[in-house]
Ligand binder design. Sequence first.
Ligand code: TXA
Ligand code: MG
Length: 329
Amino acid sequence: MIRLSDSPAGLDRAAALLRAGKLVAFPTETVYGLGADAGNPEAVAAIFRAKGRPADHPVIVHLPSVDVLPQWAADIPDSARRLAGMFWPGPLTLVLRRARGVPDAITGGQDTVGLRVPGNPVALALLRAFGGALAAPSANRFGHISPTTADHVEQEFGDEVAAVVDGGRCSVGVESTILDLTGDRPRLLRPGMIRVDALEAELGEPLVRIRDEDGPRASGRLSSHYAPRARLELVAGDALDARRLACIRAGESVVVLSRRVSPPAAEGSSWIEMPRQPVQFARALYADLRRADEGRPDRILVELPPESPGWEAISDRLRRAAANDRLQD
Ligand code: TXA
Ligand code: MG
């Protein structure tokens, strides 16, 4: 995998590779994406092969600006225009009716398409250098933790992907909010770091939160998603230390991720102190989960996040990671 800088020369090189149908990972404000020319079905098919992702899962299309929205979406509702005006460029994906000509490879055969203008300057500069739209799921293998640095991308794919543009660490750190605007009511398919109350204020109506069983296919909604290899368990803050000691007594190695200050060290365990504010916590989360997983512990204990609105995306990802209580190889 070639590591490209975010200089104009690096971005031109990345754009040339994309035009040639190659895969290029790039930073967005949420997580790194595994990019391909969205207008080239063969290049998009290569994304699915690299990720090991089923072909009927749709991928998000990243646009250089809202101006090209009509090339990708049809029957665009006013609500989409309002949300785009308010939150783009930014970590919001809108699911809309697809325009004629949007390849099945992108939509997984559905008649809708997920679109966003990313809020990362390197992503926007790459989209401009490329001069088109980029299909990009998170740049991780299917079911793994999303990458928030170029190093993470390299750990996931090695030489199977042509290049990664290094834009440093992602500022948001968890995937975009996904809103489906194709029905009678707006539906939240995946919470992100834009708060639900801010979206509802802009929409002027409440969002429908959908349960995992219904709604369109969205791999981010499989409960086994976002999982580290070790078993991950969510534990209330005041029970954390006792649970840690119980694991150690049972002969397990444990890593704890907590907003609390580390208690005295205990052999067989380590303690990662997490930020206390949700924005900073989200930014750190995936890198810290990878770090925790690297030592191949038997178990990762994560302190239950608060139930307040700013923590919704974090709770969602942690619950999904915890639901997968088998090791993933
Ligand atoms: O923050 C993000 O959204 C990142 C960055 C790279 O933009 N991308 C990302 O992509 O998380 P991915 O493919 O890992 O997750 C996108 C989710 C998937 O669960 C996919 O199924 C869903 O979006 N999705 C895409 N198009 C859709 C559609 N037409 N209908 C329903 N869900 C859709
Ligand atoms: Mg993903």
